[in-house]
Design a protein around this ligand. Sequence first.
Ligand SMILES: *[C@@H]1O[C@H](CO)[C@@H](O)[C@H](O)[C@H]1NC(C)=O
Ligand SMILES: *[C@@H]1O[C@H](CO)[C@@H](O)[C@H](O)[C@H]1NC(C)=O
Length: 233
Amino acid sequence: MIPTISQVLSLIVLITVTSVVAIAPDSQFRLQTEVQGLPVPVQLGVMSRCPDALACESVFDQVWKEVGQQKMNLSLIYVARLNSTDKDFGVTCMHGPGECAGNIQQLCVAKYATPSTWWNFIQCQNAHGRYRVGEPELTLQCAANVGFDWKSSEIGACAGLDVSGKGTEGIQLLRQSLLLGKALHIQKSCTVLINGKKVCVRDGTWDCDGGHDVEDFVEIINREYDKINEGVI
Ligand SMILES: *[C@@H]1O[C@H](CO)[C@@H](O)[C@H](O)[C@H]1NC(C)=O
Ligand SMILES: *[C@@H]1O[C@H](CO)[C@@H](O)[C@H](O)[C@H]1NC(C)=O
């Protein structure tokens, strides 16, 4: 028998409805589990007043916006030298004591604020030029800008209520960070590690395995994310 036009039409409608129903639960399932995947560790070896660090942090600001917070776990590891003769920090920072203060402020914000507050705080400090990173007045202003009060928060207690970076806990965080950097063989600011692998060093110019555009980093992170979560999602 030859089907009438209306029979053909209802068959098409039936097939469409069936496939939508069949696909929908699956894509919803994928959406839910994607959020639960493990994020890719992205570690930047930096010094808070280093021009290469600021360049790196500006690139990764865009990378993070593109990749999203669920897929990457960004952290900063500070490059400096332990020095028992230094009476303030027990650490020598290449760009002076102001850099040690900046490193410690950033570490305390990282410990006690949300990742996005921490990152906005760093971008705020950087926006005023590298020589002002760590400066107490600017630090208080950036804290207010990103939504916390320095003096009444755990961050102030950690890095020093006088904003000097000389808080006991903050100094301890800086020492731990230096040791972690040593263990990871990070020597230069800025060093980029994605999923534990060194992919770039920026020291005046970029020196990378692959490219150094935002899209290059986005691609590596997405690839590592799939690798880490293969079979899980
Ligand atoms: C992100 O990395 C830090 C170490 O840098 C770790 O303590 C933390 O658990 C990680 N977060 C997630 C969601 O994996
Ligand atoms: C150690 O710190 C002292 C005091 O700040 C400084 O004079 C000296 O140059 C530092 N040594 C190194 C190797 O950085």
